[in-house]
Design a protein around this ligand. Structure first.
Ligand SMILES: Nc1nc2c(c(=O)[nH]1)N[C@H]1C(S)=C(S)[C@@H](COP(=O)(O)OP(=O)(O)OC[C@H]3O[C@@H](n4cnc5c(=O)[nH]c(N)nc54)[C@H](O)[C@@H]3O)O[C@H]1N2
Ligand SMILES: Nc1nc2c(c(=O)[nH]1)N[C@H]1C(S)=C(S)[C@@H](COP(=O)(O)OP(=O)(O)OC[C@H]3O[C@@H](n4cnc5c(=O)[nH]c(N)nc54)[C@H](O)[C@@H]3O)O[C@H]1N2
Ligand SMILES: [Mo]
Length: 763
């Protein structure tokens, strides 16, 4: 079967409440002498995978039939992407910059240079000169180690992940509505639901097997209704009962109108709202003027289509809502994510089979970045503004409370780069992310990375666009070459075994981090080593202790249990020895002020809510309705830049293609950048399919051939995958040449989806 041409494979239809049938997908290039269990690392879905090994090399993959996530299925990226591990251009030795050039060196030389500079800056300037920028693609054990190094070893507040670009809004929207991060829903909700509401989520391209599950429900008896909100005519939009294609950046107006209509239809689950929530009346007041006609004008959709969506939502109480980057990277990101939560709260559609919210993750291990506090939060969803929470960490790590920075929220990634631009951060350790392609306004990012006074360490598998700027490059072993655990978007924890050795002198990320900590000689207050673990399993045990009693409780898990029983959802503890399928099924929110991860923010300004105000608003720790008025996007189109630039993904590539670009089948399926233009705009600009155009913003230019698609007029789309590592003669194909340095007021997530731009025909 050609899984490039047919990414979702044949249908295996099933009905509501039935078990999704198994279908095992496999791609091997040689006979295996061993199969090693792991899960997918090329999206957040967490598909169970076995890796085929022969003579110490990866030779293929197959889906795990017993995985609760994928029931054996795999998408094209997983079927073919593993070949990148075997790529001949993997980094195999450390590199160091000498006379302007990166040259090979040994590990001692590289680590000594990295350690010497961090120690010098610590002595001369203090911890605020040191920044760490990590990923959503490492393992739990690595994030936790990095968090302890940063917060308790170096004592810096400047640690964040590329999860800031990815799921910071998911976390923030969950915190605002439920008091704490933690995915309420479960993928099994797809099996039970009557309505799927997909908001800014092209699940067909980005979680291929989850879409296969939805397609199989749609093909079976009693199919769910499907509502899709996306300016593009994506594959889910083509299957939708109602497709709303709003102007980019207008989600809040549209969602407010839907809430307005649900209230007008008296579709409010009063018993649920009264018993489990606070804030309904304030929210209702805000959406009172938001009629479908009002929103239709702003969003550029039909008022009747908004009513049709509301009719469906009002008619069912098993609703599964999902959000992803069309919410998180768009204007009013957190406010929009919270309005989706409000729809489910209003309908009482939470914590029951088929009734839930999936504020999606994007990256395979973003969940762990957030849990472990390698993003802008403290470990195990602790609240930096709650002194008791900080004291718990100090006790656990045996350090003074004052060592752990908590004078303000941890520094977010965009601010880390700003500090580097201003020269106050002068050492930046970048692990498993490629900001020279993935951050907005690349000309600026390149200027920052190139600064003389910034010492850059890049830890990667390849000599990426970012590594080209490094002072030290550390070659890492990756997925399949190291052991660890990771957690997908529906809280399913996987153990991933080492299948093969890393190439050359490359070392697993945890080994590198432990080596750095040892060389820095971090100590606790008793004079013992701060980091008391030495391998993945002992790191996992340290993390379990940190998670004890918190919402993401891992204490009931162990490597042995994960190996034997396979995947388990957290929390897993004495109360839930086999994990908990749905959060909040007993109405037990983690929103009480003493437990909550935050006291919340004002959705329009992002200003922190005071503890006393939070206690007054939510004295019993219930779920919270929070309304938000629609605000017009700041970077609105004008005469010079009349179009909105939407950026995102294609099915065949992962991010900056360091892996998928090295898999021949995937590279061939989508070899170069393009720009999607609506038929109306194509006519207006006098361009047709295949014509080459320049897309120009106030920051830069991208040259690409046109694809005329079903995208709404006024919006053009460019996939952001295409940087320069495989096109050194180009400087005009990365979407982020065009995007703007701007972020959501609450989540601080960059706004990649609404920059103003124009088209010029070239040929
Ligand atoms: N094939 C593939 N799969 C992936 C990845 C990958 O690189 N490639 N990356 C993974 C990661 S890290 C992530 S974060 C996810 C992302 O997964 P998705 O969020 O599904 O993917 P995107 O293409 O970024 O954006 C989704 C949709 O948002 C729409 N959109 C843009 N602006 C707006 C808006 O204002 N309102 C609304 N309602 N919609 C809007 C876009 O048209 C687009 O179709 O995918 C994961 N899976
Ligand atoms: N315009 C625009 N920009 C975007 C987005 C968008 O939709 N539009 N989406 C944003 C989102 S959601 C995301 S998640 C980011 C992704 O942005 P990036 O994180 O920059 O993208 P990747 O290509 O996944 O980079 C990961 C790097 O880590 C390396 N790597 C992989 N595995 C390992 C490992 O085990 N160890 C080590 N040390 N290195 C490893 C890879 O080789 C690669 O260089 O992009 C963001 N940027
Ligand atoms: Mo992401």
């Amino acid at each position: 079967m050609d899984r490039i041409a047919d990414p979702w494979g044949p249908r295996t239809p099933y009905g509501r409440g039935e078990r999704w049938p198994v279908r095992v997908d496999e791609h091997v290039t040689d006979e295996a002498d061993a199969w090693v269990p792991t899960a997918s690392i090329l999206h957040s879905n967490g598909d169970g995978i076995d890796v085929a090994v022969r003579d110490g090399r990866m030779v293929g993959v197959r889906g795990r039939a017993d995985s609760r996530v994928n029931h054996g299925r795999l998408g094209p990226k997983d079927l073919f992407g593993w070949q990148a591990n075997n790529s001949r251009d993997r980094l195999t030795t450390p590199l160091i910059r000498r006379d302007g050039e990166l040259v090979e060196c040994d590990w001692d030389t590289a680590m000594d240079a990295m350690v010497a500079r961090s120690r010098q800056l610590l002595d001369e300037v203090g911890p605020s000169a040191l920044g760490l920028y990590t990923s959503g693609q490492l393992f739990l054990e690595e994030y936790y180690t990095l968090a302890v190094i940063a917060r308790a070893g170096l004592g810096t507040n400047h640690l964040d992940g590329n999860t800031r670009l990815c799921t910071a809004t998911a976390a923030e929207a969950l915190k605002e509505s439920f008091g704490c991060d933690g995915q309420p829903g479960s993928y099994t909700d797809v099996d039970h639901t009557d309505v799927l509401l997909l908001v800014g989520h092209n699940v067909a391209a980005t979680q291929v097997t989850l879409w296969a599950r939805m397609l199989d429900r749609l093909a079976g008896p009693h199919p769910p209704k499907l509502i899709v909100i996306d300016p593009r005519r994506t594959p889910p939009a083509e299957h939708a009962d109602v497709h709303l294609a709003p102007r980019s950046g207008t989600n809040v107006a549209l969602l407010n109108a839907i809430l307005h209509e649900l209230i007008a239809r008296d579709a409010v689950d009063r018993a649920f709202v009264d018993a489990r929530t606070v804030g309904f009346e304030q929210m209702a007041e805000i959406v009172a003027p938001c009629t479908p006609e009002w929103a239709a004008e702003i969003c550029g959709v039909e008022a009747s289509a908004i009513r049709a969506a509301a009719d469906i939502l009002a008619g069912h109480d098993r609703i599964l809502s999902t959000c992803l980057q069309g919410v998180y990277q768009s204007h009013q990101a957190t406010a929009a994510g919270v309005q989706v939560n409000n729809i489910n709260l209003l309908r009482g559609a939470l914590g029951r089979p088929g009734a839930g919210v999936l504020q999606m993750n994007g990256q395979p291990t973003a969940e762990n970045t957030r849990e472990c506090g390698a993003n802008g939060d403290l470990p195990a969803f602790r609240n930096w503004a709650n002194d008791d929470h900080v004291a718990e960490l100090a006790e656990l790590w045996k350090v003074d409370v004052a060592t752990i920075p908590h004078f303000g929220p941890p520094t977010h990634a965009m601010q880390i780069f700003r500090y580097a631009e201003q020269g106050s951060i002068r050492w930046l350790w970048i692990t498993a992310t490629n900001p020279a392609v993935s951050l907005p306004d690349l000309a600026r990012i390149r200027r920052i990375l190139a600064r003389e006074d910034l010492f850059v360490v890049v830890q990667d598998l390849f000599l990426t666009e970012t590594a080209e700027f490094a002072d030290v490059v550390l070659p890492a072993g990756t997925w399949g070459e190291k052991e660890g655990t990771f957690t997908n978007a529906d809280r399913t924890v996987h153990h991933s075994d080492k299948a093969v050795e890393p190439p050359g002198q490359a070392r697993g990320d945890l080994d590198i981090m432990l080596d750095y900590a040892r060389r820095m000689d971090f100590r606790d207050r008793d004079g013992a080593p701060l980091i008391k673990w030495h391998d993945a399993e002992s790191a996992f045990r340290a993390w379990q202790a940190c998670s004890a009693g918190r919402p993401c409780d891992y204490t009931g898990l162990s490597y042995e249990k994960l190996r034997a029983g396979g995947e388990t959802q957290w929390p897993c503890n004495e109360r839930y020895p086999d994990g908990r399928e749905r959060l909040y099924d007993e109405g037990d929110f983690w929103a009480a002020a003493d437990i909550a991860e935050t006291y919340g923010k004002d959705l329009l300004t992002g200003v922190d809510v005071e503890e006393s105000d939070y206690r007054a608003f939510n004295p019993e720790g219930r779920a919270m309705f929070k309304g938000a008025e629609y605000l017009p996007p700041a970077d609105a189109p004008d005469d010079e830049f009349p179009l909105r630039l939407n950026t995102g993904r294609s099915l065949y590539h992962f991010h900056t293609r360091t892996k998928t670009g090295r898999a021949p089948e995937l590279a061939a399926a989508a070899p170069d950048v393009w720009v999607e233009v609506s038929a109306d705009d194509a006519r207006a600009y006098g361009v047709g399919e295949g014509d080459v155009v320049d897309v120009i913003s106030a920051r830069g230019r991208v040259r690409a051939p046109v694809r005329v698609t079903g995208i709404r007029e006024g919006v053009v789309f460019i996939p952001f995958h295409y940087g320069y590592w495989d096109a050194p003669d180009r400087d005009d194909r990365a979407a982020n040449e065009l995007t703007i340095t701007a972020w959501d007021a609450c989540s601080k997530q960059p706004i990649f989806k609404t920059s103003a731009c124009r088209l010029e025909r070239v040929a």
